[in-house]
Design a protein around this ligand. Structure first.
Ligand SMILES: Nc1nc2c(ncn2[C@@H]2O[C@H](COP(=O)(O)OP(=O)(O)OP(=O)(O)O)[C@@H](O)[C@H]2O)c(=O)[nH]1
Ligand SMILES: [Mg+2]
Length: 224
């Protein structure tokens, strides 16, 4: 009989690597933000919008995680920002990024950045368990996914610093209870900062970018 030791070790190993990475990023004055959420919730759209607003003031970089293709990485590269791509189809189609992968990708980025955005694999389950050494965790859902996602996938939202409910422009087309979502957040993660966004719209993005800048300053990073 062969007994297989399951993921506890993997998680422990990842936590150690992530804590080490966080110390390194902090020392290097690199503010690291991990964007997580379902496929299509708007991670790339939001990151791209924020880049446009912040790129004059900060040196920015992106690590793009996808199971396959360079589609998102190409969108980011068009914004003239250094981007490193992690495709997990090379390693068994992993549904999340790990701290070890981030270390590798960061080296490939090859440029010193002030803010590092990580787009995790589109998934509401696995990425929640894997600390990437980030300073800020953003978990996204959107109107089109339905109003039950926060309650059905609690770990993704319980550990988030920021919860984004995206595609708010589409609210009137869907049977979506904002009140219910607010209740779920109050129950699962009352301390989270919550944004109801249209990631394609200017005014909402201004607010979101201003919040990221505020966090950067509060965490004592300096502008480079
Ligand atoms: N109406 C509306 N559409 C949006 C919004 N945000 C994103 N979209 C659209 O939703 C689709 C998916 O957006 P992406 O940004 O690619 O989503 P993603 O989370 O990066 O998806 P994956 O990388 O596949 O996990 C695109 O067609 C976007 O234009 C929004 O706030 N409102
Ligand atoms: Mg994307």
């Amino acid at each position: 009989l062969k007994k297989i030791k399951l993921s506890a070790n993997i998680l422990e190993e990842n936590d150690l690597a992530a804590n080490k990475a966080r110390k390194y990023f902090t020392k290097q004055n690199i503010f690291v933000i991990n964007f997580m959420g379902s496929p299509g919730s708007g991670k790339t759209t939001l990151i791209s919008g924020i880049i446009k607003l912040l790129k004059k003031k900060y040196s920015l970089g992106v690590i793009e995680g996808d199971v396959a293709t360079a589609k998102d990485a190409e969108k980011i590269a068009k914004l003239k920002i250094p981007v490193a791509l992690l495709n997990t189809d090379q390693i068994g189609n992993a549904c999340h990024l790990t701290s070890k992968m981030i270390r590798k990708a960061y080296k490939k980025l090859g440029e010193k950045v002030n803010i590092l955005f990580i787009e995790n694999i589109g998934n509401l389950v696995c990425p929640a368990e894997f600390d990437l050494g980030e300073h800020l965790r953003i978990s996204m859902t959107s109107i089109t996914e339905g109003d039950d996602k926060i309650s059905k996938y609690p770990p993704m939202f319980m550990k988030a610093d920021v919860i984004v409910v995206n595609k708010f422009d589409l609210l009137r087309h869907f049977d979506f209870s904002v009140k219910g979502v607010k209740k779920d957040i109050a129950r699962l993660n009352p301390k989270a900062k919550v944004f109801y966004l249209d990631a394609t719209a200017g005014k909402d993005l201004d607010k979101f970018a201003a919040y990221l800048e505020e966090r950067l300053i509060n965490l004592q990073f300096t502008i480079e």
